[in-house]
Write a protein that binds this ligand. Sequence first.
Ligand SMILES: Cc1cc2nc3c(=O)[nH]c(=O)nc-3n(C[C@H](O)[C@H](O)[C@H](O)COP(=O)(O)O)c2cc1C
Length: 394
Amino acid sequence: MTKFRFLTAGESHGQGLNVIIEGLPANLDINENYIENDMSRRQKGYGSGGRMKIEKDRAEIKSGVRHGKTLGSPISLWIENKDWKNWTVPMSVEEVDPSEDIKVQTRVVPGHADFAGSLKYNHKDSRNVLERASARETAARVAAASICRKFLSELGIEIKSRVKSVGWESSEINDIESIEWGFVEKSEVRASNQEEDLKFKKVIDKVKKERTTIGGVFQVIAFGVPLGLGSHTQWDKKIDGKIAQSMISINAVKGVEIGSGFDNTKKYGNQVQDVIEPNKDDIRNFSHLTNHSGGIEGGMSNGNSIVVNVAIKPIATMTRPLPSVDILSGEVVEASYNRSDICQVSRACPVGEAMLALTIAEEILEKFGGDSLQEIKRNFTSYLKTFKEYGNQK
Ligand SMILES: Cc1cc2nc3c(=O)[nH]c(=O)nc-3n(C[C@H](O)[C@H](O)[C@H](O)COP(=O)(O)O)c2cc1C
């Protein structure tokens, strides 16, 4: 069995994005249409920039799959950038004539990667940083995660997401059982109901008029996760730590909360712990009365839904740019502006789902490791049966 890992490559306006995923089992059904469906969800969104109208993402499966099934060998995907035809000179791999317009950028954008990246990598054109720091890269993660989601669905694990707040407007819904997921999927702002849909859009419209940008909080939930992923035995084995890292790696994400972590700080201890009771109808023979801990205790999944809230900052690139500097001349200038989103909170949701899927898939493979889907399913089922040894030995 090979350890699970994945790697992405590609620039925002380059030829396209590459992904290699290693460690997924053999005999999983997968095809390009399935992946495309997940990728199209990353492209919808109220307050998205023009780029989304150009790109209709499709990942081509280049290896690791034969006759619709994974082989157990590395899977490679290729996602073409449809805009490449307009960038063949500025993004040419070969050297170009110095008289050509290569869209050099030296006016760095406060809050973006270009200032630190240009000085660190000794680049005199901050495009060399921006091209890779761009959230275009997340398309590759969503494609990789799509195959992991198919794998997780074979074990009854499903991942969903919604927007909890945009700017100063928040969702009133805290009970995840009452979320209408059909509505969320149709809503351009991934709101939980019509009222929230309207109020989130109103914020985005106001922000657009003011020629600035706005962030928010989105929520990612994994349903059907078995008890026992991650471990309390070492700091880097804790699943909450791994989830936090995967979420914070998403462009512009600045905060991660497991369950009601921040709200819990304002309450008494007896109000926030999830009391356990015997329950013969639950696969664990026990259940929790609440899920304030977001499905994780002691760095391990406890069998409840994993609930993660993710804070994403307002986009740095704005139609009314902030004062900045030209990194070559040292002059005070306006930051550069490239086509950009007003609010990316809803578009970040599928990326959050992707990162949670990749993290959980890795944990599942580590715990139930096997080379074929059948072997993993056998290990998974027999492990779940061991819970019935508890709660009945008076
Ligand atoms: C879905 C999504 C879309 C984004 N779109 C833009 C954008 O249009 N313009 C922009 O400046 N930043 C955008 N960002 C954020 C930048 O990629 C990010 O702020 C930048 O890489 C700097 O990294 P940091 O904010 O994580 O520190 C987007 C992020 C996500 C998740």
